[in-house]
Design a protein around this ligand. Structure first.
Ligand SMILES: Cc1cc2nc3c(=O)[nH]c(=O)nc-3n(C[C@H](O)[C@H](O)[C@H](O)COP(=O)(O)OP(=O)(O)OC[C@H]3O[C@@H](n4cnc5c(N)ncnc54)[C@H](O)[C@@H]3O)c2cc1C
Length: 438
């Protein structure tokens, strides 16, 4: 059923009450702009509640030192248009984020590796304080309104936004300016089904192939079931065309589909991107990064010298996870020789052990899906946006903020930081534009 509700006019409508949309709404309202939010869910910030394992890693202060903080921060971001994020990050970085949330009544605590969280350590506090801030400012939120289409006209009002309400009615709201803050494709249950891409593509924008970022990797390896559950402090390298393109270290976990853990999530973007363009991607894992290969060889030679009377399997007890030992024996082709003693190990077999422990290579076949990913790499082409203001070059008055565009950050609070920074930059750009127009 179509119902024309042109009475619902606001100077600015923001599509998406997620991180970027909330930041943009508070900032725009504080600049005197008549602002309203349209959100398909029945609440604000549904995704934020799931972030940081329920604690919300809201930003990261490890780059907030030195003379050029924005430059240091910008190195945490990826986009086909390198150098695009810094124009936004210079306007609103980590310090401004801390001050902004403090002004809303949300102090932060800093935990591991500069990662910052709400003092409550509860992610729900973040949409909670935004809701209070919007109420304080009388910013209306149209909940359970899914935007189906946006049309642009040369006259007034400029934007017509067709939404489907919970009663399946279609309503049309209008605005002079429009912010698209509809997110990407990750965690679709939180409301991000990619419909934001469709809305702006219809207005002429280009979509750069979105792939899951910050996500687990699937490996092609016959003994994954045996390895599943093994955790170790290791180092992982992504290799493309015989070149290591990214290295990360920390706790790595084998799973029944492949591999996970913070270092894997961090380097997954490189793997996803290269798989997306048809490259063959290899993951090399170092199970003992605290020793060089020479040191490992010396150590094991002495160990096997002292315990030459033990079986090879027994000689690994206390050195690697017990679950790993049968796989090491299979890799070395001696899993049928359970009584083989260390003193009888051949040099060829030893070399296989050294290689596996230091340079164990796996073919990466895929990433896990958007359902398991934390961010979307790719998105709306940033060359179609004005640097620093995030206004569309194709549709004046339309601004983009957050994950919907082709900018994604590393793991560690950088994706939410992008949402805060870009939401702020777009709102301030609109405020300046209005001032200069009067
Ligand atoms: C499990 C998980 C953990 C994460 N942990 C962290 C972390 O700790 N730190 C960090 O920095 N980042 C983290 N991220 C990433 C971070 O949450 C996102 O990058 C960030 O929320 C993006 O903000 P956004 O406003 O662009 O999009 P979103 O927060 O996704 O918000 C988009 C909003 O738009 C609405 N919407 C979409 N389409 C429509 C439509 N057609 N009509 C109306 N409304 C619509 C959606 O319902 C949604 O509310 C995590 C992500 C996930 C999935």
């Amino acid at each position: 059923m179509y119902k024309d509700q042109t009475s619902k006019h606001h100077e600015l409508f923001i599509i998406g009450g997620g991180a970027a949309g909330l930041m943009a709404a508070v900032t725009a309202r504080d600049q005197g702009i008549d602002t309203a939010i349209i959100e398909s869910n029945d609440r604000l910030g549904k995704k934020i509640i799931t972030t940081g394992n329920g604690r919300c890693n809201i930003t990261n202060q490890s780059t907030a030192t030195g003379t050029d903080e924005a430059a240091a921060l910008s190195r945490k971001y990826h986009s086909n248009q390198e150098g695009f994020p810094i124009h936004v990050l210079r306007q609103f970085g980590v310090r401004q984020t801390i001050e902004f949330f403090s002004s809303l009544g949300l102090p932060f605590v800093s935990l591991e590796n500069g990662r910052m969280y709400p003092m409550s350590l509860q992610a729900a506090s973040v949409p909670g304080v935004f809701k209070l801030a919007l109420e304080d400012r009388n910013v209306p939120v149209y909940y359970k309104h899914k935007v189906l289409d946006v049309t642009v006209s040369a006259g007034h009002p400029r934007f017509a936004i067709t939404c489907q309400t919970e009663t399946e009615e279609q309503v049309v709201y209008t605005s002079d300016y429009l912010f698209l803050c509809a997110g990407g494709l990750t965690a679709p249950k939180t409301g991000t089904d990619g419909s934001g891409y469709t809305l702006v593509q219809r207005l002429g924008h280009t979509l750069i192939n979105p792939v899951p970022g910050i996500v687990q990797l699937k490996l092609d390896y016959p003994y994954l079931k045996e390895l599943s559950g093994i955790k170790f402090e290791g180092e992982a390298h992504v290799i493309v065309n015989n070149e290591v393109i990214r290295t990360e270290s920390g706790e790595i976990l084998f799973t029944d589909y492949g591999i996970s853990g913070p270092p894997i999530l961090q380097l997954s973007r490189k793997a996803a991107y290269n798989l997306g363009i048809g490259e063959s991607v290899t993951l090399s894992v170092d199970l003992m990064p605290e020793r060089t290969e020479e040191e490992l060889i010396d150590f094991l030679e002495i160990h096997w010298g002292i315990f030459g009377h033990r079986t090879v399997a027994d000689s690994f007890v206390g050195i690697v996870s017990k679950k790993l030992i049968p796989v090491l024996l299979k890799e070395a082709g001696i899993d049928q020789q359970l009584h083989l003693l260390c003193q009888d190990l051949s040099w060829k077999t030893k070399k296989i052990f050294y290689r596996i422990l230091k340079r164990w290579e796996f073919k990466v076949t895929d990433t896990n899906s958007f359902t398991n990913a934390q961010t979307t790499a790719g998105g709306i082409d940033t060359t179609e946006l004005i640097e620093g203001t995030l206004e569309s070059k194709l549709v004046p008055g339309l601004y983009l903020a957050g994950e919907v565009m082709d900018v994604d950050g590393d793991c560690g609070g950088y994706n939410l930081q992008w949402a805060w920074s870009s939401g702020y930059a777009a709102a301030m750009a609109l405020a300046k534009r209005r001032v200069s127009a009067t």
